[in-house]
Design a protein around this ligand. Structure first.
Ligand code: 4AD
Ligand code: MG
Length: 439
């Protein structure tokens, strides 16, 4: 029997190869055995397939090898596929041949077993934990979210322009900057947001987006904060706060729809209540910050007008709605320097946050930018930001300035919500948090 008569396929492709001789290269996921028969389950990253190995049809050595195979050993199995409604994935293979690529030594078994492990143990073994069904499902949904986000912007006339990671200036306040030693004693910062650069490229292309890693030296150890997270940021020229709300709403509905349509299996693995996601339809409720504060006070929050929402406030607010709520017109004093003040009321800005339902917190933040040169100069000064680092940004107000607006959506927060899980650390392959930079 030669290996060449078997076609190499991935488990996800089984349906197209029913009754055929195929080869699947993967890892041992699970194994049941009894005397003359054993049932290795093999996973290959695209799915899991149950196999059958019979003592009387296989060479002795091979049967014994399979029967004593250890969890996560790498193995290539060959045999005929058969539809089997009761099997996970719907197909089974009767093994005719196999190659054990590496057997995980019995004296040093795979550290993650079906028993309960503590979260710190699992995070320390993140490089292996990623192979488990649940983590696989979460990252599959992340992939879908990212693809849908890109499709949304690509199909709606936005140009992708990547923005730099090393930046000379703070976008989101100076307290959360990571400083990096650059050459010749120059200091630069890891980017907190690509927004300032988006404002430049929006004047070149009209509608742009950037999608990349962003960094915040945030000393908050919460289930909603990473120090390195991925953000998608659209920016539009000749646009206002209203455009931000409309585009954010459309984007969220589009991406949620895609996840529901294409990731049913992953949502099932995570036991996600999909009715909660099916409710995500436009229009989203829209309330002002003023109204949000009133609502929160009635619910027993200690917030006063002028304060920023805490995580608990966001959760309390989301209780009133079955879909994301858009909150706008925040106090100027708590917002970044670039926000355009409301013309009728300069103590609030034309900014909006989208707060996810079910207590998942703020997923989108954005608004209209200051386009007036003098006002921008004044705000930079009030925020004590170094003018020379912003000279190029100020230029944008000298050469064809227009009202413009945009927002940022945090991918890990969004994925956490889609998956219905507790903590965003599971939504990125290798999370970076206050107390975790490894593996
Ligand atoms: O509200 P933020 O800070 O807005 C900005 O950075 C703007 N410059 C974006 C723009 O207008 N282009 O962050 C935007 C989003 C938040 O709503 C949240 O989803 C996510 O980024 N985010 C975080 N996600 C994980 N960990 C953190 N530490 C985060 N900080 C913000
Ligand atoms: Mg924000």
């Amino acid at each position: 029997m030669s290996a060449t008569e078997y076609q190499r396929i991935r488990i996800a492709e089984c349906a197209a190869h029913d009754g055929k001789k195929v080869e699947i290269a993967g890892w041992l996921y699970n194994l049941r055995r009894s005397g003359k028969i054993c049932f290795p389950q093999v996973r290959d990253g695209s799915g899991v397939i149950q196999c059958t190995a019979l003592k009387n049809t296989l060479p002795e050595e091979l049967f014994e090898g399979l029967k004593h195979l250890t969890q996560e050993s790498s193995v290539i199995v060959r045999g005929k596929l058969r539809a089997e409604a009761r099997a996970p994935g719907g197909y089974e293979m009767e093994i005719e041949d196999a190659t054990i690529v590496q057997k995980v030594p019995e004296e040093q078994p795979y550290p993650i077993t079906p028993k309960d492990h503590g979260i710190e143990f699992l995070m320390d073994h993140r490089h292996l934990w990623l192979r488990s069904r649940r983590q696989h499902a979460v990252l599959g949904i992340r992939h879908e979210v990212i693809r849908a986000v890109r499709d949304y912007f690509d199909n709606n006339g936005f140009t992708l322009v990547d923005t730099p990671i090393f930046t000379p200036a703070a976008c989101e306040g100076t307290t959360t900057l990571f400083e990096v030693n650059y050459f010749d004693e120059e200091k630069v910062f890891l980017t907190q947001s690509g927004q300032l650069y988006n404002e430049a490229t929006a004047a070149a292309f009209g509608k742009v987006y950037t999608f990349g890693p962003t960094f915040r030296a945030e000393k908050s150890k919460t289930r909603r904060h990473l120090t390195e997270f991925w953000m998608v940021e659209p920016e539009m020229a000749y646009a206002t706060l209203e455009d931000v709300k409309r585009v954010a709403e459309e984007l969220i509905c589009f991406v949620t729809g895609r996840v529901l349509e294409r990731r049913k299996e992953e949502l099932a693995v995570l036991e996600r209540d999909v009715s909660k996601l099916q409710a995500i339809q436009a229009p989203f409720p829209r309330i002002s910050y003023d109204e949000a504060v009133e609502r929160l006070k009635k619910k027993g929050s200690e917030i006063e007008w002028g304060g920023d929402f805490g995580g608990t406030d966001e959760t309390l607010l989301s209780e009133d709605f079955d879909r994301p709520v858009i909150v706008d017109r925040f106090p100027t004093a708590i917002k970044a320097f670039y926000f355009q003040p409301a013309p009728d009321r300069p103590d609030v800005v034309l900014g909006a946050d989208v707060i996810a339902p079910e207590g998942y917190g703020e997923i989108v933040g954005g608004g209209q930018r200051i386009h007036d040169l003098d006002l921008l100069l004044k705000r930079l000064e009030e925020h004590q930001l170094p003018r020379e680092a912003f000279e190029w940004y100020i230029d944008l107000r000298r050469y064809g300035t227009v009202p413009h607006a945009g927002f940022g959506m945090g991918i890990e927060r969004f994925v956490t919500w889609m998956c219905g899980i507790d903590h965003l650390r599971e939504t990125i392959a290798f999370p970076r948090m206050l107390y975790r930079t490894r593996p």
